[in-house]
Design a protein around this ligand. Sequence first.
Ligand code: ZN
Length: 171
Amino acid sequence: MEKRVLVLNLDHTPIAVVNVQKAMVLTYLEKVSVLADYAMHSIRTVDREYKYPAVLRLDEYKSVPYRGVMLNRTNLFRRDNNECQYCGSPKQLTIDHVVPRSKGGPTTWTNLITACHRCNVQKGDKRPEEVGMLLSRKPFRPSLSYFLADYAERNASEWIPFLEVKPIQAR
Ligand SMILES: [Zn+2]
């Protein structure tokens, strides 16, 4: 899995997560300081070896409007621990509108959940209560901290000292 790089503002507020290529460019342009590396990963060039940066800090304060976590398939599945929110299956995951689109259900964090193909078909164009299906938890809009802590716990323990919040056990 490709490593991600946490970018902190000058005041150490997390502001972005970028891929390693982007991180290397920022480092090359000397706009950032590397606060932590991934010990186990490096990039080899002709003349030297670079450690993968894990955490970068901007050298100048940047005013960043907080935009929240982008609603997309990957982030939705991640919020839901890559499990169907009806039966817990991790297989054949799809996106389900809890209140169906045909009944005016919006495409929002609080109306979308991860559902396996089987449950999605079973639920069809109904509300869960109409077909006797139960959600394992109420869908919510995740905060950036929630995501970062969750991600750090799974993939990037190097970030944890730079995150204020403790990793959350989702369940
Ligand atoms: Zn299911």
